[in-house]
Design a protein around this ligand. Structure first.
Ligand code: SAH
Length: 245
């Protein structure tokens, strides 16, 4: 029986892979990977390593999570070193916990290898610090996926009246609903918002707007994309470094 390494692949830029993740990728007998994990990482694998793609596209899962769990389990019965490579960090909307529970219940050993999460690194490449002294003392990372469910959304919008930076993952297609909700709870229409598409890759694009304008400006950006809401967005002008020509 093998061991499964539930491994964060980082946000896109291959150089943001951890040393530990790279070592495991090089040792792996099989790598089970996602759409969001940079596929160039697979070039680091040893000869004969098997590759299994279990990609998901936003809400359109090509493989249901239950099946992914089973694929990982079956590979752990066959191979000694199984690397389950996931975009960003396995625990940040990565369902790494579910995969660990499934394996644990079947007697399979596992380890988690943290990855650099897009939630912090993508704003960083856009020159937007998630906290900044004198501007905000905290940040939240929220799923935007939920926002479509207007009447039964589990997002406690009322709690978001504070000036925390809010980072929405999986939210681009609900950006209009998110912006409306935030204005409904009292944020001004000119409150700053950024959308960052394909962050940390050569295709990175940041669009800056306000709660009122951002939907029109950013709705057609390619995914993956995340949304940053808060006064820290204004620092982009001074701190933008990666997208500069
Ligand atoms: N576990 C991942 C997040 C998975 S949820 C992590 O820690 O990064 C998937 C969402 O992450 C996407 O819908 C998008 O909002 C965001 N995301 C991932 N990679 C991104 C990138 N390179 N640029 C912008 N957003 C990204």
């Amino acid at each position: 029986m093998g061991k499964v390494y539930l491994t964060g692949a980082g946000p896109g830029d291959i150089d943001l892979l951890t040393v530990k993740a790279l070592r495991l990728v090089r040792e792996a007998d099989v790598i089970i990977y996602d759409r969001l994990a940079n596929a160039d990482i697979l070039n680091e694998a040893k000869d004969g390593c098997e590759f299994v793609y279990v990609g998901k596209k936003d809400s359109h899962h090509t493989l249901p999570q239950e099946e992914i769990n089973e694929v990982i389990y079956q590979n752990a019965l066959k191979y000694e070193t199984v690397v389950r490579l996931k975009g960003g960090d396995p625990f940040v909307f990565g369902r790494g916990g579910e995969e660990g529970i499934y394996l644990g219940e079947r007697g399979i050993k596992f380890e988690f290898i943290p990855g650099i999460t897009s939630a912090i690194a993508v704003p960083e490449y856009a020159g937007i610090p998630v906290t900044h002294r004198g501007i905000t003392v905290s940040f939240r990372v929220v799923t935007g996926h939920e926002a479509s469910n207007k009447s039964r959304s589990q997002i406690p919008w009322e709690n978001y009246k504070t000036d925390d930076t809010i980072i929405f993952l999986m939210g681009l297609h609900r950006l209009n609903v998110i912006a409306d909700k935030l204005m409904e709870i009292g944020k001004p229409a000119d409150y700053p918002v950024a959308v960052i598409s394909r962050g940390t890759t050569k295709d990175e694009k940041t669009v800056i707007g306000t709660l009122e304008t951002i939907w029109e400006k950013a709705r057609d950006l390619p995914t993956p994309a995340l949304i940053v809401v808060g006064e820290v967005v204004k620092l982009h002008d001074q701190l933008n470094w990666f997208e500069k020509p």
